[in-house]
Each structure stands twice: as structure tokens, then as C-alpha cells.
Design a protein around this ligand. Sequence first.
Ligand code: AMP
Length: 299
Amino acid sequence: MSLLVVGSVALDDIEAPAGSVKSVLGGAASYCAIAASYFVRAQVVGVTGDDFPQEHLEFLAARGIDLAGVTRAKGRTFRWGGRYHSSLNQRETLFTDLGVFEHFDPVLPPEYLDASFVFLANIHPKLQRGVLEQARAPRFSAMDTMNFWIEGERAELEKTLSRVAGLVINDEEARQLTGVSNLVRAADAIRALGPTTVIVKRGEHGALLFDEAGVFAAPAFPLREVQDPTGAGDSFAGGFMGALASGGSLSADALRRAVIYGSVLASFCVERFSLDRFRTLTRDEIDDRFEQFRRLTRF
Ligand code: AMP
């Protein structure tokens, strides 16, 4: 089973209380694919500039990620800078430098067309829809979005939402999208737009899954040290989609287990800067933490 991931491949500058790094590997598709790679073969569609270090591609490929859909264009790679303050809950975007990402128009290589699981990371909703139109018959497709598209491209966003089975979104965006501050009601309103499965990420407060079977709450794993929250949401999506794709079932139980795997992958992601924690992370550590999650909430 494979998972198709479409989104940014980036070079990030991060400032956090634990330190600062410059021009490190980032991007929603990178985080999502690497988290998914512990469960399935991830196929990435993205673009880099000609300044993108080969070693980053080699690192992703070494995790078994298929990069046939990542093109190299003339120009600069998408660059993003973020700063976290002591609480780590709030992030300030320092810059967004689109570079070659400005003209990104995802084209699926022929071997990606039969992908049965698809994750559309945060890109223009029209481009997300373009990917859905190319994929022949995905069994489960989910997407992310951001405030920029909610504010500026609502009609396009609603059209795309009507075509996906799942939305993975953070709490503030869920409120902004619906104009409803109560998250249970906001999820109802989102489900009325199309997606039957809605996951609301709440940072250090965990995640809520809303689907036909009701609501399921996953805590965030209590960590003693968080170095860099960047990519937590995308790692969550990768763990969630990867676990779903590897099991093949879309039952309520499978969705709930996948939410816990998403939470596990997000918890590892934030332990180090950039994608560094994934350089050593093993599937055994993932399964171990999955069991710790069970003990965390059993009573
Ligand atoms: P997250 O912390 O889950 O929101 O993901 C952060 C990652 O998303 C970073 O590695 C950035 O490179 C990437 N990113 C930030 N802004 C954007 C954007 N507007 N479009 C696509 N990717 C972005």
C-alpha cells in the first residue's frame, strides 16, 4: 500500500528557546512523508529549487520515500522562517519566501495515479483539487489548509472540501473556517461541507477526531523537553495517514488507532529540530510509545 503526499519541500530557519537553526530541511510534505514512511511507501509530489541540498533528498530516499514526483526547478527553494517564544504554543512567522513554489502545479507521475490513500498538505485549494482530479480512484483522501486560504480563497476551499473524505486542521483554523468557536459545533459545520472525518489538532492539548461513530479524544504525549514544534501537524497527518494506509481498513477502530499513531509521530517530531528526530527513530520506539499512550488514558 502507498500514500501519495503533495505539499511543500522547504528550507526552514527556526528560532526557539532551545536554539536556532538556519536553512534546515522542512516543508509539510517532508514531515508528512517521513512520518508515513514508518508504515507505508510514501510517494511525494513537490518542487525544490536548484539550491536544494542533495543530502536532504538522500535522507528522504533512505527512508524508502519515493521522490519521483519531486521536480527540481531553476530558482530558489521555498523558504520559511518561524520563531517560538517560551510557551512554544505561539509561533510567529518571520518570512515566507515562495521561490519556485510560487509556480508549483502538481503533476502526478504515472506510477502515482493509482494511489489509494492521498494527503493534500497545505497548498492552494485549487491545486489540491487538481491532484484529486489526476488520482484515479483514491479510497481515502484527506487535506490540510491554512488561514491564508480560509480568508482569501473560501469558494475554492469549499469546493475542494466537498471532494475529500478527511480534513486535518488546527483548532484556530476550524473556528475561522466555520465562524463557530465551540469545536464540537465547528466540526459539525465542517462535516456538513463534505469531509466525514474531521480531525482538530490542539497542539499540546492533543487532537479530537469527529466521524460517523462520534468523537474520540487523543492527548498529546507529555514530554519533558520540546525543542521545535515545527512540523508536528504534518507529522501527525503522516502518522495518521500512514497507519490507515498500512492497515487498509477505514473502520471507526482503525481511524482511532491511526489518530494515536499520528499523535505518536508528532510527539517524536518535536523532540528535535527540523526532521532530525527521524534520523534515529525506529518502528520499535513508535510501537513502544503507542503502548504508553494506551496506559496514559486507561482507567
Ligand atoms: P507545521 O508546523 O505542521 O505547520 O508545518 C511547518 C512546515 O510547513 C515548515 O517546515 C514550513 O516549511 C512549511 N510551511 C510553512 N508555511 C507554509 C505555506 N504557506 N505553504 C506550505 N508550507 C508551509
